[in-house]
Design a protein around this ligand. Structure first.
Ligand code: ADP
Ligand code: ASP
Ligand code: MG
Length: 405
């Protein structure tokens, strides 16, 4: 029987009515002949609540206990969804990460899936039972509950679809697809019918939280047909697919943003071979994700090194750099926690020049100052003062004509 993975995010399982609504969608697919594996998130707001409990006990917490606590939200919804399906006459049972098991590495809080044993689930499929899996969680090599990073249920769903050889993975959420930018910020944002894996990957990694980055990576690698669609309507969603399957594309496909960034500048570092390694080595060892990097060398040989990190990593980054001060050798550390990153993404940039120029001109016209610039083959990102982020997103959305079909 053909297997379908259906993932429901937090707002789609926010209360019993929502769970009932989602279960009806599952029943419809079951009635159409699919063998279904449902993946659920925690009820919306629940993971935040659990994270806050952890932080209220300790700021430098044991990540294994953090995982034991925050994974519980998905345990509840998986059971509730299984019960609701049963009440609708759909035979189903819940599966926790450790029960499958979904094996992960031991990077607690941001674990990576290493493999999924599907034998037990497939055997239950043969008995006519549909599966309801707790998203976001697996079991680490040291036999502890591990979570996959915020938004990780998307990744659970895609990984499961790959392991089960599912025909499709449908991500049900509170928007009816992937838009040219977050429709909550720009009401003129337009739904994209088809988007290439690579563009989706770039948008996700630049902040579009509609899909967790790792889920797109897995879908691309294992060729899982992926669809983002609404839990609350039946309109067609967005298909994430190979570039070749897209007939027409704009030079720029979307605008993404990351509100919570922080910038650190090390003033007057010595200009010598190995200086970058002396700075970024300890940061990597401390698991700090460094994003943008600029090195400024003036005529008189003075070198400043600027880099950005996510706001969550800021304290750890600063402490790490201060601890390594003697090895690095710098005059001063200047931190700016009031910055955001805005990116334009599109595979059309490979063959069209002038995107960066258009972007800079549009921002200049609005008086938005650019602090740092980075580019890739299909993306240009700029760092701006946080209060200008929304203005920057809207003006770029307009400048690249994204509201028009
Ligand atoms: P879920 O709980 O279902 O996983 P998320 O909140 O993680 O849902 O992701 C859906 C949200 O992603 C939307 O409500 C929307 O605000 C946001 N979003 C950001 N960028 C985009 C985009 N380009 N297209 C659609 N939604 C986006
Ligand atoms: N519940 C988790 C979170 O809020 C995982 C997810 O929803 O994808 O991050
Ligand atoms: Mg999500």
């Amino acid at each position: 029987m053909a297997i379908l993975v259906m993932k429901f995010g937090g707002t789609s399982v926010a209360d019993l009515d929502c769970i009932h609504n989602a279960a009806l969608k599952v029943k419809r697919e079951v009635d159409a002949g699919w063998q279904v594996a449902v993946v659920v998130s925690a009820m919306s707001g629940e993971t935040n609540r659990l994270v806050k409990l952890v932080r209220d006990v300790s700021t430098l917490y044991d990540a294994r206990e953090y995982d034991a606590i925050v994974a519980s939200g998905e345990q509840v919804t998986s059971g509730l969804m299984a019960l609701t399906l049963q009440s609708l006459g759909v035979p189903a049972r819940s599966w926790q990460g450790w029960q499958m098991p979904m094996r992960t590495d031991s990077s607690h809080g941001a674990a990576r899936i290493e493999g999924i044993d599907t034998d037990a689930m497939l055997a239950k499929f043969d008995e006519g039972l549909h599966a309801v899996c707790a998203g976001f969680q697996g079991v680490s090599s040291d036999n502890r509950i591990a979570t996959l990073g915020r938004g990780g249920s998307d990744t659970s769903a895609v990984a499961l679809a790959a392991a089960l050889g599912a025909e499709r993975c449908d991500i049900y959420t509170d928007v009816d697809g992937v838009y040219t930018t977050d429709p909550r910020l720009e009401p003129d944002a337009r739904k994209i019918d088809r988007i290439a894996f690579e563009e989706m990957l770039e948008l996700a990694s630049q902040g579009a939280k509609v899909l967790q980055t790792r889920s797109v990576e897995l879908a691309m690698r294992y060729k899982v047909p992926l669809q983002v669609r609404s839990s609350f309507s039946d309109v067609p969603g967005t298909i994430v697919c190979d570039e070749e399957e897209i007939v027409e594309s704009n030079v720029v496909t979307g605008v993404a943003f990351q509100r919570e960034e922080a910038k650190i500048t090390l003033q007057n570092v010595s200009d010598r071979p190995g200086i970058a390694a002396a700075i970024f080595g300890p940061l990597a060892d401390a698991n700090v994700n460094v994003d943008m990097i600029v090195q400024n060398i003036s005529d008189d040989g003075r070198t400043d090194m600027t880099f950005t990190v996510g706001a969550d990593d800021f304290e750890r980054a600063k402490a790490t750099i201060e601890a390594a001060r003697d090895d690095i050798g710098y005059e001063g550390l200047v931190a700016d926690r009031d910055v955001a990153k805005v990116s334009v993404v599109g595979i059309g940039m490979r063959s069209h020049t002038g995107v960066a120029q258009r972007m800079f001109a549009a921002l200049a016209e609005e008086g938005v100052n650019i602090q740092v610039i980075t580019t890739s083959e299909i993306k240009v990102s700029v760092l701006v003062q946080r209060k200008y982020m929304e203005l920057a997103v809207r003006s770029l959305h307009a400048a690249f004509g994204l509201a028009e079909a």
